[in-house]
Design a protein around this ligand. Sequence first.
Ligand SMILES: [Zn+2]
Ligand SMILES: [Zn+2]
Length: 227
Amino acid sequence: MPRKLQQFCPKCGKRVDDLVEGLCESCHNLGKKLVDAPERVSVVTCPSCNRMLVKNEWTRAPADPVLTTIKDSLRVNGQAKLELDFKGNRATLTADGSIEGYSEPRHESYEIAIKHAKRLCDDCVRARGGYYEAIVQIRSEDERNVKRVALLIEEVVEHPRGKYWFVAKMSRVRGGVDIRLGSKAMLSPLKRRLKEDFGALETKMSHELYGHVGGRVVYRDIMLVRV
Ligand SMILES: [Zn+2]
Ligand SMILES: [Zn+2]
């Protein structure tokens, strides 16, 4: 059987059978870190609706956006106790623990710069441009019912399930309220909530020509709700 060719570790000079990413195993492990932390993070929030940009998606901001952003940006390679100290726009992260598969304790510390940015989210940009795909027309003799439906719409808005999930405009009209919704997709959860809350009630769908978008004829959905 031919002998396997030995190699030299370029760092310590040790002869080994195999190199791990160009180094002997012990040199390679020395370079391993308990925590991979970025030098800076940016916390991007929408000044209009307070949502936060997380991995390219606008989502409802957590209670502590900065802490959440930093936590999301870390990779912990083992068991570690993490501590963060904030000073102005900087955070000091200290990590104590051990890397997976190695028993020697590690102590690491990192400085992370925090950048805050305000940017209108896609929905708010659209809403400001007057964009909407659906209208809910609430009609009732009883003002309290109009309010109840408006509250259900608020509930739907708080649980976004797609793009353009916003109320574009609310306007008083004779006999009730017209509410313009950013997305047509908001109508189906609304219908479900209406059924749950009011039982049998009259809704009627119709459509209005909106225009041409990319060569396609686009209609707006109009839902009439009598309560
Ligand atoms: Zn080595
Ligand atoms: Zn927004």
